[in-house]
Design a protein around this ligand. Structure first.
Ligand code: PMP
Length: 285
């Protein structure tokens, strides 16, 4: 995958895809000093682009790793990549990290903060599940406390348990894993937020130990605009059996219906379909 044609933006300039390499002594490789964004471009426009750039800068601040670019500069880099590759519909990955430098230990202030933007064509994140409903495993790992790690940052270090949980889920024939948090509350999937429906009302976890996804916020507003009541509240795992519908939201996942979590089945109902269609319309409008 490294050796292909295309352009990637790195530290201020477009470089050949195959030349977008980093040194093995990169601080981020050893100590997870890395933050990133996942975005989607539809019809030539990146959905909520500035919000994503702002979150990247915020994630950098949370990791004591100030990103040396402004929102406008990050915006320009993303569109430069899309244009250079000739894409109007693509997934965009922006990543910032501590590079190699004088600091070889845990401290990293002497090492430059670097940034790159890559893009590629990426279809439905959960494949077929987008239509029939994803099957979720319950993760063995717990989403950590915000006193343990900055959970509001979209930081590489938080994804270690995501990769492990997703591997375990896939080994059981599931599309993804659902995390409980450190308190045992229903949290989120490995790369998406979760929503439930009961008696025509929507329930979703409070974003205090999960990523407050940009898609999540978009969907909550959309539901409110439709006159649907949304409860952001503590959700206990025992409640899963009482919900009728369930879906995941995320930039990559978009709105993906969930058909099963552990032993609990959900129907891909009218509200789920409606929200998925409305989101599709919104991102392309
Ligand atoms: N939670 C996690 C752990 C994620 O990785 C993502 C994807 N960025 C989300 C939620 C959804 O966030 P967004 O809607 O901003 O893509």
């Amino acid at each position: 995958y490294e050796n292909r044609d295309g352009k990637i933006w790195m530290d201020g300039a477009l470089v050949e895809w195959r030349d977008a390499q980093v040194h093995i002594l990169t601080h981020a490789m050893h100590y997870a000093s890395s933050v990133f964004e996942g975005e989607r471009c539809y019809n030539g426009k990146i959905f909520k682009s500035r919000e994503h750039s702002a979150r990247l800068i915020k994630s950098g601040e949370l990791l004591d790793m100030p990103i040396p670019y402004s929102i406008d500069e990050i915006e320009a880099a993303k569109y430069a990549v899309l244009e250079a590759n000739g894409w109007t519909d693509a997934y965009v990955r922006v990543i910032a990290w501590r590079g190699a430098g004088e600091d070889m230990g845990v401290a990293s202030n002497k090492n430059p903060v670097r940034m790159a933007v890559a893009a590629w064509e990426w279809g439905a994140y959960y494949g077929d599940a987008k239509n029939v409903g994803a099957k979720l495993d319950i993760a063995k790992w717990k989403r950590p406390s915000p006193e343990t790690i900055p959970t509001a940052a979209k930081a590489a270090g938080l994804y270690m348990i995501c990769t492990m949980s997703k591997h375990a889920a896939e080994a059981k024939g599931c599309s993804d894993a659902l995390f409980m948090d450190y308190r045992g509350y229903v949290a989120e999937a490995t790369g998406a937020n979760i929503f439930f429906v009961k008696d025509g009302e929507v329930h979703t976890p409070i974003p205090d130990a999960i990523l407050n996804g940009i898609t999540r916020q978009t969907i909550i507003q959309m539901l409110k605009d439709k006159g649907i009541i949304v409860h952001e509240r503590v959700i206990m795992p025992e409640e899963l059996a009482g919900f009728e519908q369930c879906w995941l939201t995320g930039t990559a996942a978009e709105v993906t219906p969930v058909g099963q979590i552990g032993d609990h089945m959900f129907k891909v109902g009218a509200l789920t379909r409606d929200v998925a269609e409305s989101y599709e319309k919104l991102v392309r409008s």
